[in-house]
Design a binder for this molecule. Sequence first.
Ligand code: PMT
Length: 402
Amino acid sequence: MNAPSSNQRILVGVSGGIAAYKAVVLVRRLIEAGCEVRVVMTEAATRFVAPLTFQAVSGHPVRTTLLDAEAESGMDHIALARWADAVVVAPASADLMARLANGLADDLLTTLCLATDAPVHLAPAMNRQMWAHPATQANHARLIEHGVTLLGPAAGAQACGETGEGRMLEPDAIVDALLANDQQDLAGRHVVVTAAGTREPIDPVRFIANRSSGRMGFALADDAARRGAVVTLVAGPSTLPTPARVERIDVETAQQMQTAVESIGVTDIFVGAAAVADFRLAAPVDHKLKKSGETLSLELVPNPDIIRGVAERSGRPFVIGFAAETDHVREYAAAKRVAKGMDLICANEVGPGKGFDRPDNALLLLWEGGERELAQADKRHLAGEIFDTYHQITQDRDDASS
Ligand code: PMT
């Protein structure tokens, strides 16, 4: 079997227990698999293994306290929580599980587990009777309800001399479990994603814009990067943070977006999630327009169609576009896909409370000879489904041509 590999950023939490020494091997294995690792220890964990050991193995300073002014002035705890693609606490003691199950944030590690939106995994390690205790089992069930993944525990000889369930999983098993679903199925591909709306200036202080937040496009860029792609995100104005390992080019107008997309050149996959203004002012004025009558007419001219331009390239990439429709969603999207030369279109119904500027959405994916409905879900989940569908389409094409 091949060793698992990944470029994930993993936050390893170590709580107090004799199995803390195995966490050193875990950090080492994760780094060997290609992950970037930061370690956070509880105060009790530092009694078992010195932070310096983890610092030497991970190559980064180890954080142990929440109220550390010096550390907080670097990567503060919220930034650390956001930095992680995944959190794994190994060993997770009965006390740590109890605190987390109850939502306590009384030290750095529990605070990070609450503050992160990355998946949290716990590898419990404790005496067999502590593990079997109804309180621990209730905490276990509650943590699962909260979306935490439990890795183990295993059964066998315990450090206390007893035998039973409660041993921490071996580091290799934890690494396998952590990286099992880490598809690197876009490794070696260059993915360009456009995101957010464009702004078309009227005068130096006013512009034509739309309600796109960038969430969909940023989620796509993030998912592609997690799958190992080299990702360039061409983003209209958005307050969202740049996803890890994504190169971001900020633009404002449709013409700037087109120039940026063209400057990138050859790509493997192009995803047009941006809400690009179809029109811009024929002649934006260079001074603030004064109110000079009851009405104001603005002359608009069409903007370049960015996605169509990409689809018309020789050696074109696989082109994924969106259709934002208020009605006749399927019909308009199907026609748009063909007219713009897309391989796959993701149609969404937009309007008050739908599609734009919210964390979730529902999509209808259409491609030649196929379709897939994606029920209302977080845009991060939808992004994964879109790339899974890309794989399905390319696989079907390969099968048909062989
Ligand atoms: O950003 P969020 O708040 O998360 O909202 C997500 C979204 C609603 C913006 C997204 O799901 C979406 O639908 N994006 C496309 C919006 C849009 O402009 O749709 P359209 O039907 O007008 O355009 C069709 C396609 O052509 C799109 O892929 C668009 O990027 C592209 N296009 C449009 C005009 C233009 N001049 N150039 C283009 O490339």
